[in-house]
Design a protein around this ligand. Structure first.
Ligand code: GLU
Length: 489
């Protein structure tokens, strides 16, 4: 019988879902779905000082938006403190962990001396029990930490799902702290059980949650030897470990690590900038994974194709132009009513309904109307924000640029604009066919050509000289708005 695939994503609640975390979440999710397994959301919240309010909600909301549905969770590590304590006690009992009473000052002095001797700084094992070794009596007034007794010899080796075989000598790694006393002032479980460190809590969780495959960022490669050793110390030398896959970091446009200081790195920021979740998923998937030459694919295809193979070993570079291209593709494909709703949300965020000149917003809020507008403009947009820019001209007073006025709204055209305004005012029905007819008649009456009149109408009504077909565009506006804007010529 083969084991059920179980994957997880384990973000720390530091404020938002990072793009890099979203990408490994996507791989973990797709891998679980591909194999009919389970995907778990775990919140690594033991680093209490860094947790910000609402951060978990942000993560959950970003996962929901991306459609990365999880089968279990969110499971909070802070709710499992008794369990980590229990495992640490069992390890002390078994001799794979021990208490260490070193004070911070002592540890500083230890490192200082090592540096002075030109050695690598590391815990020197002074409280590590050994046969025949006599330990000093525990000092009064010091709360001990628990350290893992890392194997002194041999190697830790694993076949990384992304990087291939990796092997580290145990001599390279020291006895890591796995459990600390709670910080002063903490109450409840923290005071009773202490706080686990990342490498320990991860192992206990991956074990308890029966995680079979771990995809995460390669900044964790150096943690993996500890995790494997701790896992074996708890579950036995022959225990079946999760398989680890470490994905290279995402580089920014400047070739440096993608970071908050140099641009948006949160999933939510891209939502607000008008990207569609399916575009984000598609783009993130390709940043570090490939399926032949396919650039555009659905989430169903991704699930079908993602078997853990073809993950890139070298870092991918964030490419805003490509993301915009992918998003433009999905905007073109998107249902008009859905785009209308998204653009409407954006307009409301801008306070469009509250502005002078936007009196008709309420009347034209009807989805059907906005959907018609979305259909007309979506081919020209690479984000929902750009679509909202187009739609806002229907509701908000436009201010044509003086240069456009001078170029297009000339004395030659003005009489035709007046005629057009009169004809439009008299149209029995306000629709595209009627508007086209009125345009044609106005051109005929003044012996002008469409390329003379249309740009003038566009500049006055839309505030820009280029738009889709003018009759279709004018039909989106309330008639009074068009008449008023033409009168300003
Ligand atoms: N909390 C860790 C992070 O956000 C999770 C690492 C892991 O997946 O083990 O980087």
């Amino acid at each position: 019988m083969t084991k059920t695939v179980r994957t997880r994503i384990a973000p720390s609640p530091t404020g938002f879902l990072h793009l890099g975390t979203a990408r490994t979440a996507l791989y973990s999710w797709a891998f679980a779905r591909h194999h009919g397994g389970a995907f778990v959301l775990r919140i690594e919240d033991t680093d209490v000082e860094r947790e910000t309010e609402g951060a978990v909600l942000q993560i959950v909301e970003a996962m929901r938006w991306l459609g990365l549905d999880y089968d279990e969770g969110p499971i909070h590590q802070m709710g499992r403190l008794a369990r980590y304590h229990e495992v640490a006690e069992q390890m002390i009992e078994a001799g794979t962990a021990y208490r260490c009473w070193c004070t911070p000052a002592e540890l500083d002095a230890m490192r200082e001396a090592q540096r002075a001797r030109g050695e690598k700084t590391r815990y020197d094992g002074r409280w590590r029990p050994a046969p025949g070794k006599k330990l000093p009596p525990p000092p009064a007034g010091v709360q001990p930490v628990v350290r893992f007794a890392n194997p002194a010899t041999g190697h830790v080796s694993w076949h990384d799902l992304v990087k291939g075989p990796i092997s580290i000598a145990n001599e390279e790694i020291d006895d890591l702290i796995i459990l600390r006393p709670a910080p002063p002032g903490a109450g409840g479980d923290a005071a009773a059980f202490g706080i686990p460190t990342y490498n320990f809590a991860v192992v206990v969780d991956d074990m308890d949650m029966r995680i079979t495959h771990v995809y995460r960022g390669d900044e964790h490669i150096n943690n993996t030897p500890w995790q494997i050793n701790i896992f074996r110390a708890i579950a036995g030398a022959d225990a079946e470990l999760p398989q680890y896959g470490h994905c290279p970091i995402i580089l920014g446009e400047d070739g440096l690590k993608l970071s908050k200081r140099r641009g948006a790195v949160s999933v939510t920021a891209y939502k607000e900038a008008g990207f569609l979740p399916e575009a984000m998923l598609n783009y993130l998937a390709r940043l570090g994974w490939s399926h032949g030459d396919d650039e555009l694919f659905s989430r169903e295809q991704m699930v079908q194709w993602f078997d853990g193979g073809h993950l890139a070993k070298s870092p991918a570079q964030w490419d805003p132009a490509k993301l915009a291209w992918v998003n433009a593709h999905y905007i073109k494909q998107a249902d008009d009513a859905r785009l209308a709703m998204l653009a409407h949300e954006e307009l409301v965020r801008r306070g469009v309904g509250d502005q002078r000149g936007a009196a008709d917003f309420g009347q034209f809020e009807h989805l059907e109307h906005l959907a018609r507008a979305a259909a007309l403009f979506k081919d020209r947009c690479s984000t929902v924000v750009e679509l909202a820019d187009w739609l806002s001209m229907i509701f908000v007073r436009v201010e044509p640029a003086a240069a456009d006025m001078a170029t297009h709204v000339t004395e030659v055209v003005r009489p035709a604009l007046r005629t057009l305004r009169e004809r439009l005012a008299q149209l029995p029905a306000w629709d595209k066919a009627g508007i086209a007819q009125a345009m044609k008649e106005s051109l005929g009456a003044h012996q002008l050509k469409m390329p003379q009149l249309a740009p003038a109408v566009r500049v006055l009504v839309c505030g820009r000289a280029q738009t889709p077909s003018i009759d279709a565009v004018l039909a989106l506006f309330p008639r009074e708005t068009v008449l008023a804007r033409l009168a300003s010529a």
